[in-house]
Ligand binder design. Sequence first.
Ligand code: FMN
Length: 191
Amino acid sequence: MSKIKIATTKYPVLDIIKKRWSARAFSDKQIPEEELHTLFEAASWAASANNEQPWQYMYAHKGTPGFDTIANSLLPGNQPWAKNAAVLIVAIARKTFEANNSVNAYSIHDLGMANAHLLLQAHAFDIYCHTMAGFDKVKLAEEIKLSENQEAVCVIAAGFLAVAETLQEPFKIRELTGRKRKNINEFTFKL
Ligand SMILES: Cc1cc2nc3c(=O)[nH]c(=O)nc-3n(C[C@H](O)[C@H](O)[C@H](O)COP(=O)(O)O)c2cc1C
């Protein structure tokens, strides 16, 4: 793995956080179902408002009709590389509370928390993930038969890494460029 992607931090951030990055070059290696289940279980241990656990995941392995359905919904900036992922996962928020059907204003927030767990757990298996909002939400929702109460928030491409040279430009250069973040003093304010 290219060391360029590992976060350089000022403070002692956990290794698994430093190593996670959004890959585009995926190899042909399949993800064992057991490892996928581990990722979903990690997601399930995220915090959520009222312990509602408003996340749902629909996923498909490469080479299946379900995979093609998800891949075909991706926008042109994503499809060329994401179609090589081993698995595509649709991350869905359930928009209302199960107990009383009132709106859960935190459903997307909590789905994001679960996704973060999933992505970090993936790194324990050297599985790389790339979250995407660039897909046709309406088309995908129709094709995977989501209800009014389910929102497809993002698609996550997951797989093992291939070398960046397997990518076409402009994706290859992105795979070879280091990651940057704001300094914490730009977004934290002591009151
Ligand atoms: C909600 C969300 C939507 C994203 N959508 C896309 C996308 O459609 N295409 C893409 O290439 N990357 C997408 N990304 C990935 C971000 O561009 C990436 O996380 C960011 O540049 C930081 O890079 P890193 O994850 O490697 O640290 C998305 C990330 C998130 C969390």
